[in-house]
Each structure stands twice: as C-alpha cells, then as structure tokens.
Design a protein around this ligand. Structure first.
Ligand code: ATP
Ligand code: MG
Length: 251
C-alpha cells in the first residue's frame, strides 16, 4: 500500500477560542475524489482553511500528513508549494493585479528557476479557452467586479495552471449556471489522474453527476458522521441532514 496523499488524524481546530473542528480523521489516496457534504456552518470551510494553514484557525489537537510528511505547523505558502491548492468558496478581489499577473506570479513562486514564460502564455491561453473564458479575462483585475460564475471559473483556471497534487474545492459549483457547471466540471475532470487527490465540498448532489466521487462524507457539527459511496449523496438529497443532527431521536 503506498503512502496516502492526505491523512488527517483526529484534527481539532478552534477559532477565537471556539472549537469548530471536533476530531476529523480522513484519508485521501492519490487518484481519489472525496466529496464532503454538510449543513451550513458545520465547519467545512474551516477544515479547508485549516488544511491550508490559515493563521486564524488554531489547531489544538491532531495532525495533518501530506505524502507522509507532518505539515500541521507548515506555513500556507510552503503547503501551496508542496502541491496543495484551495479553491475558495468566496474568492476575494485583488484590485490592481491582473488575472494573468496573479497566475504567473503564483506559478513562478512554485516553479522557481524552472518557470518558462513562453510556455506559460501558451498554456494559459489554452486553459482559458477550455474553460470558456474570454481572452479579456486575463487583463481584468482578480475577481474585481466578477460575476459569481466568473469567480469560480478563475479558481479552476488557477488549479489548471498550478497542477496541484491535492485540490480542495470549496463549493466550486455554487453560483454556476447549468452550462458553466458542465464546463467547470469538465475542467476538473480533465485534471483527474492517478496523482491528483480532490476534496470536493458541495451542497448539491448534481455536481456529483459530473464529477463521480470515490467516497462521500457527511459532515455535521465539526465531525464526519458517516462515509459511503456516491449513493450516500442521493440519500442526503432525499432525507436531508435531520437524521444526523444532534437533536435527532434515535429509535
Ligand atoms: N473567520 C471566522 N471568524 C469567526 N467565525 C468563523 C470564522 N470562520 C468560521 N467561523 C465560524 O465557524 C463555524 C463554521 O463555519 P464554516 O464557514 O466552516 O462552515 P461551512 O460548513 O463551510 O458552512 P457553509 O455551508 O455555509 O459554507 C460557523 O459558526 C462560523 O461562523
Ligand atoms: Mg463553507
């Protein structure tokens, strides 16, 4: 058995002294797609942020292993350089920095001396076209005045260019119209392969019709309460989270 890509061991994290993650254990192997579904406020984005080492989220217990290495105390940029990518639920605007510049800078910082400007331009153009993004996108400021769908396409454009080995996609489907959902899903599927692991956070089963998950996890109140195959997403769609809530009465 090869080393897991990501191994989260009993992770607890708090924000401003309040515990949000209450003991998460999760293993993602290379090549796998794991979907994470759970009610609003259950801590899904907190988990994404903790995995990237956001300084506001304090890990109080547990470990994060990436390719067998303990990265629990690593800085965010070191995690990104190691190959972890986060597609934000709410991407922020960076006024004054063009999309092309932003992506080029991120790539340069990962590739160092191996960065090839000519290759970059070619690849960037091809990636934009595959995602149905107009060329003018490249010169616009990052997320400045972008529609919800444009913001999400930009996240996947970055992922396409940066070629991470672990991609955490936080509600990449939210705000996408039906056609964009298809285009973006195809973009993600093109990146699937034996080396890439994906943690896909979503509220909607329909995304999983396009991106077939290997495992689906139900996330409630800071914990994974159940894991199963893709049929679990259908069950959630039918029954909601009520059977998993604290107040649920067990017969
Ligand atoms: N930066 C922050 N400052 C204060 N509270 C926060 C912060 N980030 C998360 N929280 C709190 O932690 C809890 C979990 O939030 P989180 O955003 O992780 O939920 P979520 O599962 O991603 O929800 P949604 O489905 O609505 O995106 C919430 O109560 C939220 O208010
Ligand atoms: Mg969230």
């Amino acid at each position: 058995m090869s080393t897991p890509l990501l191994e989260i061991q009993d992770l607890h994290a708090e924000i401003d002294g309040k515990e949000i993650l209450k003991g998460i254990s999760l293993t993602i192997n290379k090549g796998q797609v794991h979907a994470l579904m759970g009610p609003n406020g259950s801590g899904k984005s907190t988990l994404s942020n903790a995995l990237l080492g956001h300084p506001k989220y304090k890990i109080t217990q547990g470990k994060i292993l990436f390719n067998g290495q303990d990265i629990t105390d690593w800085k965010t940029d070191a995690r990104a350089r190691a190959g972890i990518f986060l597609g934000f639920q709410y991407p922020i605007a960076v006024s004054g920095v063009s999309v092309a510049n932003f992506v080029r800078t991120a790539m340069k910082s990962c590739a160092g001396a191996n960065f090839q400007a000519k290759e970059f331009r070619k690849e960037f153009k091809a990636a934009m076209s595959a995602l149905g993004v107009e060329e003018s996108f490249a010169t616009r400021y990052v997320n400045d005045g972008f529609s919800g769908g444009e913001k999400k396409r930009l996240e996947i454009l970055q992922m396409t260019m940066l070629k991470p080995t672990l991609a955490i996609l936080d509600e990449t489907d939210s705000g996408l119209d039906i056609d964009a959902l298809k285009t973006v899903s195809e973009g993600i599927n093109r990146l699937r392969g034996p080396e890439l692991g994906i943690l896909l956070i979503t509220h909607y089963q329909r995304l999983l019709n396009y991106i077939l998950p290997d495992v689906v996890h139900v996330f409630v109140d800071g914990k994974i309460v159940r894991s199963g195959g893709k049929e679990l997403a259908l069950e959630l769609e039918a029954k909601g989270y009520a059977p998993y809530e604290k107040t649920a009465v067990t017969a």
